[in-house]
Design a binder for this molecule. Structure first.
Ligand SMILES: *[C@@H]1O[C@H](CO)[C@@H](O)[C@H](O)[C@H]1NC(C)=O
Ligand SMILES: *[C@@H]1O[C@H](CO)[C@@H](O)[C@H](O)[C@H]1NC(C)=O
Ligand SMILES: *[C@@H]1O[C@H](CO)[C@@H](O)[C@H](O)[C@H]1NC(C)=O
Length: 909
């Protein structure tokens, strides 16, 4: 939702744009300013070969810093290095002080449990270099002095190097008389522990581009940062954020991958503190050739990056690919994948700040029916509460929440209400009183309850890091604690960066105190974490607690749906994400694609943007194009700012309403395709919304494409993000493998030939089904997706050059966890000229769906069969067929097979 809010919005109502003065540049961020110029000739870090120990999957050794300037070799500081081999070609490198003054923070929630080990063998130890290997044929070469770590791919070529540019740094904690504190605007940061930054350079050899580290607006492929600011990761509520910027945004996911024709590789910088990242792509025209020669010996295909974090330990995962899909799988193995969401949450959502009362909600609901536009969720923003006291309702405007929700659920619809993590400081408000009485709030630097300013006015913030607080908060979601809610009321956690209107950079001061698990002998500074250490994972703790609460309200029966604004590595395990407070401008529509692609590769597939834009009023053409794009993005929700003119679909000219209706109906027709993609995501962790390079890693044109994408490996989508165009350039990948692409409306066939000019009208955007795929559709679109559960399927078979195709279909009850007890169907569908089959991948699983097979459309057929016969159980039925178009589309009519049982169809010629 919104940011700095009404006050600001009113005063600058006609001037849009970010106020950069509210946010730090690298120069204004103490450690970034200190570290960015740090580039010694030679690294001070060296490994003590006498201390090397390889045990299980871990090499450990002492690392020391030596004063390279001194005449005699003087040791400055002692560190412990751990290098572990993990399954699937992943390695982990950790460097911590051997005996730190206080424990340094280790990020807690990003990993989905302890990563699984692979074996690590020491192959040789000679000439000051250790060579190690894992079970997968990767090698690691550790040079002792100065310390350098090289990772070799299976063919023995160096893929990734750490500390080649000598930028490794772990600032030791010291007791010092120094005044470490820093100021930003009127804000003071006491920095009680002093400097504790960590930094490391990573070189990706043979890489053409690097990607990832969302959330930024700067395009999918990252740019060279030498002239200008580094990319910044620090979860912030950036009011009216700008495009093509490396400024921090709401989300911070320190995962990056590199790709080139030779291979892909990735790194995950496991750190939740403020982080800045520099990128140098030697192929970039801005990088001077003398530097290219100096660093790479003239080799332009290489990207060097450098991570700098304010605190924590140095902890980095290196994922050796080989392909982009391998890296994405490796990363989601570490941080988890998206569990199966409620099926309805993949349908359309209607939101606004705010639907003002029950009559308004009813009116919106009825208007969707009156205009025959499908809808699954109506959302309530902050105004539904009693004066911004979450877990309450405004008694005047929403006196009958249960009845309101029941009215929606009667049509298969649902509701989402917002619950922000700030808590109104008001005597008598039960959440506040409980928090004060029991010490649940985050403390300030002096140990007193921290008070900030947010929507309710004076607010305090739950300290979710304390398990008691997290449990208390999760219990607020129980039906008895939040009357009016039911299993069909889902939750939106917004403002969870956290947003603090009067805080430094609109967030919490870094010297605020969070709970730390008590340890004997840890007092003073060692008895709490500072907000500085945990900032980027605050929102993750928030949604984890919400998730637990929503599960428990039904004893774990129903799948929760949660939307979060702030993100960190691992967010995908709990929530969907949207790109925050965007603007009704064409550039923001375009940015929704690159931003969601970046999030998808970093584990978060369930992504969308506010359809129509949050700020400003979208004109008819823009909102039409936005619905058409949103219908093909995972999270599909319209939302808008309280001061914008109402713009629900029926408030436009009838022609525009009709186009929006059509866009939404396209989404609903494909709802089972979406659901199947999300089932597959829950199993394999691969992005639903895919960059072209994932499926076509050798095609170099794809490396910088971020205005089109694939859904699974089946649909290619090219939203129209330009005003007034009659044609757009579309890249059709797969020329070398003779890929065919089909328009799903006309079944017109296209040979992949790279770029084409595709004529467009206002009625639809370019979408293509890949030849060789089968996609399930439901042609009877109803008021909500739930009402379509038993409807029949059409299978669209798009043939490849070999006249074959395959696809999948997932079916279950759409809302419970019964699929874990084998109550589901995951079917593989194959087509060959003589035989089409529908078989269950897991034969022990079943689901009594009442859906049946209504139609099969086979596109790209040259020689039509003479007969078709369905076989299901004992049943054998001769089927009717008709030919369409230039006789290259065959429709098999009413096979009427039950989708609850396997079937086959045989064809004769
Ligand atoms: C410490 O340094 C900060 C920032 O330079 C300054 O504002 C503050 O007054 C200093 N405090 C003391 C006790 O010297
Ligand atoms: C629920 O629907 C009924 C029938 O349309 C209507 O009379 C009632 O006002 C609705 N209740 C709410 C709270 O919207
Ligand atoms: C056709 O089949 C051959 C042999 O199995 C395979 O190599 C080729 O990739 C296939 N072509 C397409 C377009 O799928």
């Amino acid at each position: 939702m919104k940011a700095l809010g009404l006050l600001l919005a009113l005063t600058i109502s006609s001037v849009y744009g970010v106020d950069r003065n509210n946010f730090k540049t690298c120069d204004q961020s103490g450690f970034c300013k200190r570290l960015r110029p740090f580039k010694p000739e030679k690294s001070q870090y060296s490994l003590n070969l006498d201390t090397v120990l390889v045990h299980g999957n871990v090499l450990s050794a002492e690392v020391v810093t030596v004063d390279t300037g001194a005449e005699k070799r003087t040791i400055l500081w002692h560190y412990t290095l751990r290098l572990s081999a993990l399954v699937d070609g992943t390695f982990r490198v950790e460097l911590d002080e051997s005996d730190p003054l206080y424990p340094r923070y280790r990020t807690q929630l990003a990993l989905n449990g302890e990563p699984k080990p692979d074996s690590l063998k020491l192959v040789s130890n000679e000439n000051g270099r250790l060579t190690l290997t894992n079970n997968q044929g990767h090698k690691v070469v550790v040079t002792a002095e100065p310390l350098k770590i090289e990772f070799l791919d299976r063919s023995g070529e160096v893929a990734v190097v750490l500390n080649e540019n000598s930028q490794l740094l772990v600032e030791p904690l010291r007791e010092d008389e120094n005044n470490w504190s820093e100021n930003f605007k009127s804000h003071h940061d006491s920095k009680p522990r002093g400097n504790e930054a960590v930094s490391l350079d990573v070189s990706f050899l043979d890489a053409a581009q690097v990607y990832g580290i969302p959330e930024h607006t700067d395009g999918f492929a990252l740019s060279t940062t030498s002239s200008g600011e580094p990319y910044r990761l620090y979860n912030l509520d950036v009011f009216e954020y700008e495009l093509l910027s490396r400024m921090a945004l709401y989300g911070a996911i320190p995962f990056m991958f590199a790709h080139g024709p030779k291979r892909s590789a990735g790194v995950f910088w496991h750190n939740s503190a403020e982080t800045w990242i520099d990128v140098v792509n030697y192929a970039d025209s801005t990088v001077v050739s003398s530097l290219v020669n100096l660093v790479t010996g003239g080799q332009k295909r290489r990207v060097d990056v450098r991570f700098m974090s304010e605190s924590g330990v140095l902890d980095i995962f290196v994922m050796l690919g080989d392909t982009p899909a391998d890296v994405f799988r490796q990363y989601t193995k570490l941080t988890g994948t998206t569990p199966l969401p409620p099926k309805s949450s993949l349908a359309y959502h209607q939101s606004r700040w705010n639907y003002v009362d029950e009559a308004d909600v009813r009116g919106v609901d009825e208007n969707f029916d009156a205009h025959d536009i499908p809808l699954d969720y109506i959302w309530l923003d902050i105004e539904y509460t009693d004066h911004k006291k979450y877990f309450t309702w405004d008694q005047e405007k929403f006196p009958h929440p249960s009845e309101m929700v029941a009215n929606l659920t009667a049509k298969g619809r649902k509701m989402v209400v917002i619950v922000d993590p700030h808590v109104k400081r008001e005597a008598g408000y039960f959440v506040h009183e409980d928090a004060i009485d029991n010490g649940y709030y985050v403390k300030d630097k002096d140990g007193k309850v921290y008070e900030g300013w947010c929507w309710p006015g004076s607010s305090s913030y739950m300290d979710f890091f304390d398990p008691v607080v997290s449990k208390y908060y999760s219990e607020r979601y129980r039906y008895e604690n939040f009357p009016g809610t039911s299993k069909d009321v889902h939750i939106w956690n917004d403002m969870n960066e956290p947003s603090v209107f009067n805080g430094p950079e609109i967030t919490m001061p870094k010297d605020c105190r969070h709970y730390k698990t008590p340890q004997d002998g840890h007092e003073g500074l060692a008895s709490y974490w500072e907000h500085r250490h945990v900032h980027n994972e605050y929102g993750l703790w928030n949604i984890k607690s919400t998730h637990e609460g929503m599960l428990n309200r039904d004893n774990g029966k129903y799948r929760p749906f949660i939307l979060t604004r702030s993100t960190f590595a691992g967010t995908q395990r709990y929530a969907a994400v949207w790109t925050g407070d965007n603007m009704a401008e064409w550039g923001f529509l375009a940015a929704s694609i690159s931003m969601c692609l970046s999030l998808a590769t970093a584990g978060i597939s369930f992504c969308g943007s506010d359809v129509g834009g949050f700020f400003k009023y979208p004109e008819a053409e823009l909102i039409t194009r936005w619905y058409q794009a949103g219908a093909y993005q995972p999270f599909f929700r319209a939302h808008s700012h309280i001061e914008t003119k109402r713009h629900e679909p029926w408030l436009y000219e009838p022609a525009t309403t009709a186009l929006i209706r059509d866009a939404n109906r396209r989404r609903y027709a494909l709802i089972d395709f979406w659901y199947t993609l999300f089932y597959e995501l829950s199993v394999d962790g691969l992005p639903v919304m895919r960059p072209l390079l994932q499926e076509y890693p050798k095609e170099q044109e794809t490396y910088t494409i971020d205005n089109e994408y694939l859904l699974g490996d089946k649909l290619l989508v090219r939203p129209v993000t330009e005003a007034g165009v009659t044609s757009v350039k579309v890249y059709l990948p797969g020329a070398e493998s003779h890929t065919l692409w089909y328009d799903p409306d006309t079944y017109q066939q296209y040979q992949a030939t790279g770029y084409i000019n595709q004529p467009v009208t206002l009625s639809k955007i370019p979408v293509y089904q890949r030849g060789g795929t089968i996609i399930p559709r439901k042609e009877r679109v109803r008021r909500s997706s739930v009402l379509m559960a038993d409807d029949p399927y059409t299978l669209v078979v798009a043939l490849d050059a070999n006249k074959t195709a395959h696809g999948t279909l997932y079916i279950d009850d759409g809302e419970t966890y019964e699929y874990r007890n084998n109550r589901y169907i995951y079917a593989k569908i194959t087509y060959e000229p003589n035989l089409m089959t529908y078989t269950f991948v897991n034969e022990r699983a079943s689901y009594p769906t009442r859906s049946w097979l209504e139609r099969i459309v086979i596109a790209g057929i040259k020689t039509p069969p003479k007969t078709a016969k369905l076989h299901q159980g004992d049943r054998q039925v001769a089927l009717q067929m008709t030919l369409h178009r230039g006789n290259d589309v065959l429709v098999v009519r009413k096979p009427s097979a039950s989708m609850a049982q396997p079937w086959t169809i045989t064809f004769t010629y």
